[in-house]
Design a protein around this ligand. Structure first.
Ligand SMILES: [Cu+2]
Length: 466
């Protein structure tokens, strides 16, 4: 229950004093302040509110270890498009995972590969899934050329398991295997990432998602499709394959689960499926407003936990800040191929979108004629925008450097799709025999925007050019 008192308590907890003050004394300090309509101190309603606050913010440090949660029985596994979940085994009632940090030859999209760092042969690392009450033991083997560590972002755990190199543990040297162990005391969407030489190692791809399922899910937790998407950004100079982790502003490969459109795998749902998408953002410098077409969603959780239903809010664009997760949920009520993408237009460009001169409105034909004898095949681009780049590259009119991808897009069912990067498609179909990619949507007759006829223009009194 959100009351004014809770809000005051929680905002007090966000203040600097909370870093050193024991929770109990902080709460009692706040008790002395007059707080409008909150229940009187000492009343049972007051104590109940206090307990709820403590429970929702502190979790249960003595959470019992329960039998390991099993897929299909205790939880419905999540789907990581273009990715996978990390396998585990049970040893004496403990769920045992093994992450191996290593160099990975990773494909961002057809035509662009990177020498990245990842886990278990993947960029990003596989999604770690567990259930509240699970005792988890996660081995981390370092096969990199540099020391590393793994931090479990948003997770309650003993301080020495938090994975901050130098602060909480010795860095894991190349060749060493460390062991992290804790009891899962919460549910929600979290992340893991290197917390040693962070700029370099996260810029190289050392990150992944964590999902903890509730032990006793309420009916509103159940969904039909539960997707996980990590947002990140890279700098890869066209013609090279090593991400540049020193880049600070000019990222040119923007990814969902480390894939750039057209490399992203679509999200497939059947009509009226309940869909959850768990976004995480570990980009170096950019927040990403992720927008869905044809629907709105509710923001249902952050990496601070579930938002009570009365406090959830509807949006069509959820801002996923750096270092945060956001869960959104919606009903797939509208059939079709719906775009879902970051709304920052520069995050919809693949490599080469940056550092271009502004040519809008300039007639380049004279320049091209003059340069033709010197540079056969030369074509000035950009005088009508960037949309034509992809088309020219796709048709072979324009060469691109080895190991690089066009600025934008891919061939779509109607025309060239002029978006790349942090873009994917939510495919909703009335009937599905499987959740495999169903291909392009077949629009019912008369439901596609098309050129107006002469008769229609005359009927509606709309003057047409030409
Ligand atoms: Cu973005």
């Amino acid at each position: 229950m959100f009351t004014r008192r809770n809000m005051i308590l929680s905002s007090a907890a966000l203040g600097g004093a909370a870093l050193v003050a024991p929770r109990r004394s902080l709460a009692s300090a706040v008790q002395d302040q007059p707080v409008g309509a909150s229940p009187p101190k000492g009343s049972s309603r007051y104590e109940q509110t206090e307990r709820q606050w403590e429970a929702s913010y502190a979790g249960d440090r003595d959470h019992p270890i329960l039998e390991p949660g099993l897929p299909g029985r205790h939880y419905q596994p999540v789907i990581t498009p273009s990715g996978a979940s990390l396998p585990w085994k049970i040893v004496d009632g403990v769920k045992v995972f093994h992450l191996i940090a290593e160099e990975v030859d990773h494909e961002f999209a057809r035509g662009l590969r990177g020498k990245c760092w990842g886990y278990n042969g993947r960029v990003h690392g596989p999604t770690i899934e567990a259930v509240e009450g699970d005792r988890v033991r996660i081995y981390v083997t370092n096969r990199l050329i540099a020391p590393t560590s793994v931090h479990w972002h948003g997770v309650y755990l003993p301080n020495g398991m938090d994975g901050v190199g130098g602060l909480n543990q010795k860095a894991i040297r190349p060749g060493e295997t460390f062991k992290y162990e804790f009891t899962v005391r919460q549910h929600g969407t979290f992340m893991y990432h290197s917390h040693h030489d962070e700029m370099t190692q996260m810029g190289m791809g050392l990150m992944g998602m964590i999902v903890f399922h509730p032990r006793q899910p309420t009916s509103d937790y159940r969904v039909d499709r539960d997707f996980v998407i990590m947002l990140s950004e890279w700098k890869i100079v066209p013609g090279t394959s090593r991400p540049d982790p020193n880049e600070m502003t000019d990222f040119n490969v923007l990814t969902m689960n480390a894939r750039a459109y057209p490399g992203t795998e679509p999200l497939v749902a059947e009509l009226n499926d309940r869909v959850r998408i768990r976004f995480g953002n570990l980009s170096a410098m950019d927040h990403h407003p992720i927008h869905i077409h044809g629907h709105f969603w509710k923001v249902t959780a952050t990496d601070g936990g579930q938002i009570p239903p009365p406090a959830q809010w509807p949006e069509t664009t959820v801002l996923v800040p750096v270092g945060a997760t956001r869960d959104v949920e919606f009903v797939a009520s509208e059939p079709g191929d719906w775009a879902m993408h970051c709304h920052m237009t520069h995050h919809l460009m693949n490599q080469m979108g940056h550092g271009m001169p502004n040519m809008i409105g300039i007639d380049p034909s004279m320049l091209d004629r003059n340069l033709g004898p010197l540079l056969p095949g030369y074509m000035t681009m950009g005088h009508d925008g960037m949309g034509e780049h992809g088309v020219h590259i796709e048709r072979g009119h324009m060469a691109v450097p080895d190991n690089s991808i066009p600025m934008v897009g891919a061939v779509g069912p109607f025309d060239y799709i002029t978006m790349g990067g942090m873009f994917t498609i939510v495919k909703i179909r009335e009937q599905l025999s499987s959740y495999d990619d169903p291909g392009w949507y077949e629009n019912p007759p008369g439901t596609v925007a098309s050129p107006a006829t002469r008769q229609e223009l005359a009927r509606d009194g709309v003057g047409a050019a030409g």
